[in-house]
Structures are given as C-alpha cells and as structure tokens.
Design a protein around this ligand. Structure first.
Ligand code: 3PG
Ligand code: CO
Length: 546
C-alpha cells in the first residue's frame, strides 16, 4: 500500500542497537509528597534518567488523548491508542456521548431490534459498570438509555450492575447504586417494572480481561443469567451487608449478589430477551460478549445459553467482530505506527504480561487483534499471577525483562516495546507499601535493561500511559482515603541514546501529549513521521547546524 510508505529521514545515520520503548504503566509525575508513590519509592535509576537532556513531560489525560474533557483521567486503552497511532482520536466515551445526545443511537438498528423484542414481551437487561469513572462506562449514559426506555414505554427493564471502586473511590458504590435504585423505582409506573437484578464487584464478577481468569466471568454469568448468588432484596442492601460483614471490604472485590422478589431471582436472562452491555471500553467487555454470543463456547459451562439479542455499547474487537451487534461505531484508527513500520520492513517485538498484553498489541495497533505482519513481528505474553497485585507487587516484571534482554541480544528486532504493569495494577489496590515496591521493581528493571541496551548501541524511550502510583491517597480534613484510580498527572518522557552516530535536541511541542511519542519513535528508527501524526519531540541535529 503506497500511502503507508515512510520516507527516510535526511541526515540520519543508522546505529547498531534497537529502539526500545519502555512503558511504565501508571507511573505519572505527581505532587512529590508522601501521597506520591513514585516520589516515595527508591528509584535511583529513574532519578538519574530524569536529569538527562532529552527529557520532558507529556499529557496523558483528557482531550490530549481523545477523551471528552480535561477533567477525564487517562487510561491504558486511550494511552496505548495514542502511543501506537501517533494521533488523537475521539474515544469511546466521547463517541457514546455524542450518539446519545444527538439521539442517533436510538435510531440505529440495534436499538430498533431491541424495541421489537421488548414489544413482544422480552425483558431488556443492561449489564455494566455503575459509576462515573468514564474509563469503561458512565452512569449518565445508562441514565439516558433508561430515560429512553421509559419514553418508549419499554415494560420490563433489569440492570445487572457492577460495583466499581477502581476508577472511582474504593467505597463509593452506594453513591451510584442508591440513586439508581431510586430512579428505577420511580420509573416503575403504568405497568413498567424496572429494577436492579444482580451485580457484584468488578474484579470478582464479570469484568475479567485477556483471559486472565475466566472464573470471574463465570461468576457473573451465574448471577446475571442464571440468578445464582447470594440473595438480597435490593442492591443497596447487598452493598451495605458486605461492608458490615467485612470492614476491609472495598467495592471492586465484592462478591456477586442476586436480587430476589417473592423468593425468586427478579431478573434471570431468558429466551427472547435483549441484553445491552453498556461498557464502552473493550478489554473487560470481550469475554462476557463471547459468553453470550459463541455457540461452541468452552471457557466455562454456561449451563443454559439463552437466545437473546446481545448488543455491546461499542464493537469491542473490530477484527474478531465481537460483539456482532453494537450501539455506537468504534473509532476508526488506520495508519498506525505498526502498519507503517511493517510496510517499511522494520522488525519489531512486543511484550507484556497478561494484564497488559492486549495494551501493547491490540490497543497499540489501533484496536486490531493479531499480527500486522507475522514475519516481521513477534508478540510475547507472560502469564500474570491470579492475585490482587498488592500481594505480589513485582508481578511478572523480571520475566518480561529476561525476555527483553534475550530479544536485544538476538539482534533480530529493530524496535522493541514493553509494558511493566506494576505502577498501574498495584496502584489500583491503593496499598502504599505495595505501590512503593511496584515502582521500585520497575526501577530495578531499568537497571537491568539499560546496560544491555548500552552494550548493543541502541536507544531507550521511557514513558508511561497515564498516572496512578503517583497518588496513593487523598487527604480530607486529616482523614486519608486510598486513591486507587488513575490520575490526571503528566507522565515522564525520556530518551536515552547509547550511540554517537546521531545527536538530538528536544523539540518544543505545545501541549505535548502521548500521541507525539509515535513520530519520535519513527524518527529514531530513521524515517520521517507520516503526515497527520502529532509532531516529534526530538530534532536530529545535522552536522554543522548546531
Ligand atoms: C482497569 O480496567 O483495570 C481500570 O479501569 C483501568 O485500568 P487501565 O486503563 O490501566 O487498564
Ligand atoms: Co489502570
């Protein structure tokens, strides 16, 4: 494809080693106080790197990564989209808002099909994350759809709500479930019957990703579809009971619950019903979609597979077409860096552990699964532990590092990218001692990788996709609350060359964000950045031009 052709960068001299991009997931630049887990960690390597010449900060949240407003924290999906595609695209949250506010969503085929089914007596089930975290979902979007159901006089609506406490504060479930249950009650007039039917904490129930633990999805299936789980009269009663029984309980790890009425589950999913998975982000929505859609499904025993019309808020995997039906078109991301590099014949290697593997492949490649060119690329996944990561904050960083060192030694790859999940996955637990170990682990990994890269004569790009570990708690009137969500802080951007054949200076880019990393990487690989890419952060200094 001719439009994917990269032009050589004039004045560029090749160097022997690879370009290695290290993404320190969730390691932002925080307030530099004792709430800042990055600041509190002992990180001699990072500290030294930050004193270098080719160092700046990048925006990793809000409009800089395609989110609706600068009030939105970044996340790994949009972060890796920007890193890999070099441009800023309107992302799920924004697209869904537009489709809902314009009303286009309700004119679409999927909504019409659902309406047909509800007119025939089928129940409409909404499954998804009930919060305003805006990473996987937003409760306001659910509210607008519920309002439309009322307007169109849909008779039976059931909500299967997942408790967040990960993109919002750890024990905030009642703030969302309370008003939601009230709202559903107030809509239940004129023969309409709307209520919450089941739910549970998002990390225990339904929202697994990358096949890390299908048992989580099975638990969700049992609660939402089969009505199996601990019984309560209301969702608020369930949440309150879990809090009361275990002082340390936080929302994301809550067990599943099933709401009963007259001794029976109030909202099992049956033949003829419709299901809307109202999360817009793909990674944690794909497995449940497969459970609903796949005929020959083997990940767990579904016991019963109801004939339903299933629609995702978006299509979560455009290549595998999961799910088949959806309410809003996903952002079209073509011309990613991976596609350009493959077209230019550049070899590459991508690695992370399960929790972030899709991030350095699928999201990196503009939400496309699989290889772009298997002859030129190698993708490696290290299986993640199945624990809450405060218990093993080192995660699989060493195993990833071993492989990266092998990949550098092999001399086979000109471009290597890797993600250390520690800062983020441990940051989401909000346990300070673990967060510090997580960040220190990443620093130790830099200590291992960089000398190997130096010997090979390559260059390191060290950055992050968004902040998280950089804020471990907030302080309200002397009372500390764990802060488990991502931050809106900028992230470091460090280039460390280990060769003398070219010299570089930083190029000032106004409001520079993650999307500028792609052009910078392409320049370091010896090519001009493609048209339309956000500007490079480096300038190649030509001899005599200084
Ligand atoms: C999660 O899914 O774990 C969080 O909601 C977001 O985390 P990520 O964007 O870092 O994957
Ligand atoms: Co995260």
């Amino acid at each position: 494809m001719s439009e994917l052709k990269l032009q050589p960068l004039s004045g560029y001299n090749d160097f022997p080693g690879p370009v290695v991009t290290i993404i320190m997931d969730g390691v932002g630049i925080g307030p530099q106080d004792d709430s800042d887990g990055v600041h509190m960690a002992y990180t001699p390597i990072l500290d030294e790197l930050l004193k270098g010449e080719l160092v700046t900060n990048l925006k990793a949240h809000g409009t800089a990564v395609g989110l609706p407003s600068d009030g939105d924290m970044g996340n790994s999906e949009v972060g890796h989209n920007a890193l890999g595609s070099g441009r800023i695209f309107s992302q799920g949250a924004k697209l869904v808002n537009e489709a809902l506010h314009s009303g286009d969503l309700f004119q679409g085929e999927s909504w019409r099909e659902i309406k047909k089914r509800t007119d025939n007596g089928g129940t409409l089930h909404f499954i998804g994350l009930v919060s305003d975290g805006n990473v996987h979902s937003h409760i306001e979007q659910l509210n607008i759809m519920l309002g439309q159901c009322e307007k169109e006089d849909v008779q039976n609506v059931r909500v299967h709500g997942l408790v967040d406490g990960r993109d919002v504060s750890p024990k905030s479930g009642l703030e969302y479930f309370g008003p939601l249950e009230e709202k559903l009650k107030s809509m239940s007039t004129n023969g309409r019957d709307y209520c919450i039917a089941s739910g549970g904490g998002r990390m225990t129930v339904t929202m697994d990703r990358y096949g890390a633990d299908w048992g989580i999805v099975e638990k969700g299936w049992k609660a939402h579809v089969l009505g199996e789980g601990r019984r309560f009269n209301t969702a608020c009663e369930a949440i309150q009971t879990f809090y009361k029984e275990d002082q340390a309980m936080i929302d994301q790890y809550m067990d599943s619950f099933v709401i009963e009425r007259d001794g029976e589950p109030v909202g099992c999913i049956e033949d003829g019903d419709s299901v809307i998975l109202f999360n817009f982000r793909g990674d944690r929505a794909i497995e449940l979609s497969q459970a609903f859609e796949e005929k020959d499904f083997t990940a767990f025993n579904r016991q019963r597979h109801p004939e339903v019309f299933f629609a995702g808020m978006m299509q979560y995997d455009g290549d595998a077409m999961i799910p088949k039906h959806y309410l809003v078109e996903p952002p079209a991301i073509a011309g990613t860096m991976g596609e350009y590099l493959c077209a230019a014949g550049v070899t590459s290697y991508a690695i992370s552990e399960t929790q972030k593997f899709g991030h350095v492949t699928y999201f990196w490649n503009g939400n496309k699964s699989g290889y772009i060119n298997e002859e030129l690329e190698k993708y490696v996944e290290i299986e993640s532990d199945k624990v809450t990561f405060d218990l093993r904050p080192w995660m699989k960083a060493s195993e990833i590092t071993d492989k990266v060192i092998d990949a550098i030694h092999s001399n086979k790859y000109k471009f290597i990218r890797l993600n250390y999940a520690n800062g983020d996955m441990v940051g989401h637990t909000g346990v300070p001692i673990s967060v510090r170990i997580a960040v220190e682990t990443v620093d130790l990994m830099l200590k291992r990788v960089l000398p190997v890269l130096e010997k090979a004569g390559g260059v390191a790009i060290i950055t992050a996709d968004h902040g998280n570990a950089d804020c471990m708690w907030t302080d309200k009137k002397g009372e500390r609350t764990a802060m488990v969500a991502h931050t809106r802080n900028p992230v470091p951007f460090i280039v460390k060359p280990y060769f003398n054949s070219n010299s570089y200076s930083l190029q000032h880019v106004e409001n520079a964000g993650l999307a500028s990393v792609a052009a910078t990487t392409i320049n370091l690989l010896g090519y001009e950045a493609p048209e339309g890419y956000e500007p490079s952060l480096l300038k190649l200094i030509l001899p005599g031009s200084r």
